[in-house]
Design a protein around this ligand. Structure first.
Ligand SMILES: [Zn+2]
Length: 311
């Protein structure tokens, strides 16, 4: 069955890129409504921004949604990943600023807030996208792909010259609450050399190394009390991929493979999937299919409680 939240849940903090504070309230919504944002600080006009792939204004460093009236919400990927990973299919998210709070740079606080509030079943079967044939998009040095699969699987490979990151690969079957257990506490990251470039372009203005982003600076890693996983960067890229794939509007049965991909390429992939005749079909989930969705089988005791560090 489709789920929403039992009650509203509030998150407050600053935006990673704008540095602006925002209060975000995730409200329950009826079946078939999907996920949408509403800018509560804008009084006039159409302030609702559907969390959908065709609303994405492509951007390199975060996922920004813009509606037809030009109303935007930035950095939606970590709350979208949390909702998808917890199996929340319908929610209305009110936010009083231009950017979703970055919290600790991961989805962990969103997951804890959602699961502490609890889910409400809506009595309507879950609808999902089933990938029917492989679709691949690529740029000069990156690629992203969706292949048929009876569950959601994410494979990711990254390769950075920065010594603290290097090459990392991971594959994860998203069933049985694996997102909360394996990915949700992995934080956003960047290289020290990129920080100044971003800030001179008006980005990463709310970034605090070690507090809401892991910053790699040669042999030095600013990661608060330490990395939470030895391969925290690739896990975060998988978290981002789940959040960006959630903009398909419905859960996906498919195998996503990202090689050095980012927000922009994953969105290009969704656009290609929906443009390619016969690449995807909508299915209504029976109990067997429903049991394979990411939020099913999520156990509270397995959600990371607090900052963990690699021993
Ligand atoms: Zn991210």
């Amino acid at each position: 069955m489709q789920n929403t939240l039992k009650a509203p849940v509030t998150f407050e903090g600053i935006g990673l890129h704008t540095g602006k504070p925002a209060k975000m309230v995730v409200f329950p919504a009826a079946a078939q409504q999907g996920i949408s944002f509403k800018r509560s600080d804008i009084a006039l006009g159409d302030t609702v921004v559907p969390a959908r792939w065709d609303m994405v204004e492509r951007t390199a460093l975060c996922t920004r949604l813009v509606n037809k009236a030009g109303v935007a919400v930035s950095t939606v990927e970590h709350i979208m990943a949390a909702l998808a990973g917890c199996g929340v299919h319908n929610a209305r998210i009110e936010i009083d600023g231009p950017e979703v709070p970055i919290m600790d740079g991961s989805s962990a606080q969103f997951v804890r807030g959602i699961m502490a509030t609890g889910l409400q079943r809506l009595g309507v079967p879950v609808r999902a996208w089933e990938i029917v044939k492989p679709v691949l998009v690529e740029t000069r040095d990156a690629r992203a792909m969706l292949m048929p699969c009876d569950r959601l699987k994410i494979t990711f490979n990254i390769e950075f010259a920065e010594q603290g990151i290097g090459s990392q690969s991971r594959e994860l079957d998203l069933r049985n609450g694996a997102f909360a257990r394996e990915l949700c506490d992995s934080r956003t990251f960047c290289r020290r050399v990129d920080v100044e470039t971003m800030q001179s372009n008006g980005l990463a203005l709310g970034g605090v190394p070690g507090e809401n982003a892991v910053v790699f600076d040669g042999p030095v890693v600013h990661a608060g009390s330490g990395l939470r996983h030895a391969d925290e960067p690739v896990r975060h890229k998988m978290l981002d991929a789940l959040g960006d794939l959630a903009l398909a509007g419905l859960p996906i049965f498919g195998h996503y493979i990202g090689d050095k991909a980012g927000h922009s390429l994953t969105n290009t992939l969704l656009r290609a999937v929906f443009a390619e005749p016969g690449a995807v079909r909508e299915v209504t989930c029976d109990p067997v299919r429903t049991a394979r969705l990411p939020g099913q089988g999520l156990v509270w005791s397995e959600i990371p409680k607090d900052v963990r560090r690699v021993a």
